[in-house]
Structure formats: structure tokens, C-alpha cells
Design a protein around this ligand. Sequence first.
Ligand code: ATP
Length: 376
Amino acid sequence: MTNGKDTLLECGFGYILQQLTSWKQMTLKDSLTVCVIPGDDAAPEAMAATLRVLKSLDVAISWDCLPEGSELLELDSNDREKFVIERINAASTVLFGATNGVTPGARYMRWGKSTYANVRPIKWLPGFNSPLHSPAGIDYVIVRENLEDMYVGIMGPASKLLEANLTDPRSHVPEDTADGRFAAKIITRSGTERVTRFACELATQRQNKITVSAKTNMLPATDKWFCEIAKEIVQEYPHLHYEEFIIDDLAHRLVMRPDELDVVLLPNLYGDILSDQGAGTIGGLGLAPSGCYGADFAYFEPAHGTAPDISGLGVINPTATLLSATLMFRHLGLFSAANRLDNAIRRVYTIGKELTQDQGGDSTTEEFADAVIGEL
Ligand code: ATP
């Protein structure tokens, strides 16, 4: 695993951010505290297994482990939120499971801490149970704008839009707006510029190529503008090759020609959806890590949700949470721990004897974790 891409991914996104922002150097702090938030449904099972692996790495980190969501329910929702936010603020960074709404903190870490770039590596490793015939070349990173787009939360009855006179002659206003609703999509220049710069720095450390995509043909006001701004910023990096596809074409390429992609920059909603699709091409949501980066804070979580359908069964695949921890270690400057963990995970998949059900095996979450510990 010494091709250029591997080396570049292993440089760590923390390095990129230090260049981009006034990042407070975590490595200069006397001690590192990681706030571990297990989350809800099956996510705490993945986190418990992950934590056992991380603790066996013997790194100089204090682990501040919060209770899982069902235990947090003893507090009322205000106290719960206050409690979790205080612990987030006291930590160097956060490893988060996933929430179904019971465990608070996700919104705070995202909008409260302005973590504008959601980095979602999609990389096939030998032993991953990909449905594709030849997944070997899949190794790209989705950089998803994390704060804007349709996630700004402006929604309401469609009649309000008409009252505000926001239509133009090209609008196709449905007849029955009285019984309709809208959700607003907001893209800003500054938000697009900063996430594009982030993606450009990442592309510079990988293959000098950036692919940008949105629904440019149908949504000129927002999506075409996003791509135009991105293109402008990429021109500040003359060594980068820029390519652009309409989002439906990109959806097709993720399956048909994923090996041609390297850094893929997307607005929020498309990034959310297509990163799950990308995870599907390498073998499923259990394999897809993520990190959310802002100017002075970052946190790490699997790309998947709480997997309620397998809660309590002890079969959730902790790989996505473990790989998120490798991103976290690199962010903290703990490169050796990140590499050891990465290599141990790779070996477990290459051997292929202790895999969870989603990967075609019959091992439990904890048995998989034991196998990783055995390879450390
Ligand atoms: P969210 O909306 O919170 O992102 P979601 O609706 O996308 O969540 P997930 O919780 O991500 O749903 O789960 C989707 C499917 O993938 C479920 O069948 C779930 O069991 C499966 N899944 C998700 N994560 C894992 C995992 N780590 N291991 C095994 N299966 C998983």
C-alpha cells in the first residue's frame, strides 16, 4: 500500500487544515482528550468494540466516554444537551457514533462549531465485500459541503413562497400550492469558496484532480453557481485538473468508472446521498468513515446512521467507526497509531476469517474487534 494515493491519504487531513486555517495545534497540547459519544440504537455496539481496539493501541489519550443515548434519557432534553456540549467543549476532538435524535451534540458540532467540510473517503480494500466485478481501483474522497444547501432548515407552506413573490416567468408553479410545501436551498459564495479551498488542498496532496458536480442544468441559481465558484477557486491552483459533471452523470460514474475519481467536491445534499452510494460500491455502509472539519474544530463519525434494524444483535460492523478513528488519529498527529490500526484492519480483511455478516462472514462485532486487536 505504497501508491501515491495511500501515502497522501495517510498524510492526514489535519495537515491540510493547518495550512488552511488558524488551526490550534492539537499536538502541542500537554494532553489529548477524546470525547467518545456512543450514540443510539446499534451505534454504541460499534463504539464499544472500537474503543476496546483503540485502548489496546496504548496511545497517550484520555478517553472521556459518555453514556449511550438510552442512558442519557434520564436527563431532560435541555440538561442532556448541556451535559453533552460541555463535554465536547472540554475535549480536543470527538469520536461520535450516530444519533437517531436522542443523543444530542451532532447539530452543535456541525453548525455550532462550523465544521464546513465533511470528508468521506471511499476506498476498497482486499476482502471488502463489494458488489462490483472489479472494485480494486476505487480510491477517492468525497468532500461534502456540510452547512448549507437544503440543510439550512428553511421550510414551510408553498403558499408563503408565492406570497413572497419569489417566482419568475420560468417557474412551473403547481396549481394546488395551497396544499404544497417548500424547502429552501441556500448556497453562498463564501461557503462554497472555503470548502473548495479545502478540497483543492486535499487534491494537491493526492492526484491533483478535482471533480465537481451538481444539477447545473436544472438549477442555475444554486447548483450552476456552486460549480462556477468552485471552478474560479480551482483556477488559483493551476496544477489541479478540474472536471465537472451533472450530478446524475456522476451518480452513474460512481458505479461504472469509480477508478477515475480522486477528490469529489459536492454540495451538501448530493454529498450525503452519493457518499452512501459510494459506500455501497465498496461493500456497504459498515466500511465508510468520515471526518467533519472546521477552522478550529473537527470530529469523526462513521458515514452510516444508527442501524436500528440490527440494534441489540451484536452484529454491527465497527469498521467504519474504526476507520473514522484512524482519521482522528491523523488529525491529532498520531500517525503511527493511525497506521498500525489501518494495517491491522487491512490484515483482518485480507485474511477474511473474522468478518461480520454484512461482509459475508459470521463473526460478531466483538469477535471482529478481537481479530483487529490480534493484528495490532
Ligand atoms: P441516517 O439517516 O441516520 O444516516 P440511514 O437511514 O441511512 O441512517 P443506516 O443506519 O445508515 O440508515 O442504515 C442503513 C442500512 O445499513 C441498515 O440496514 C443498517 O443495518 C445497515 N448498516 C448501517 N451501518 C451498518 C454497519 N456498521 N454494519 C452493518 N450494517 C450497517
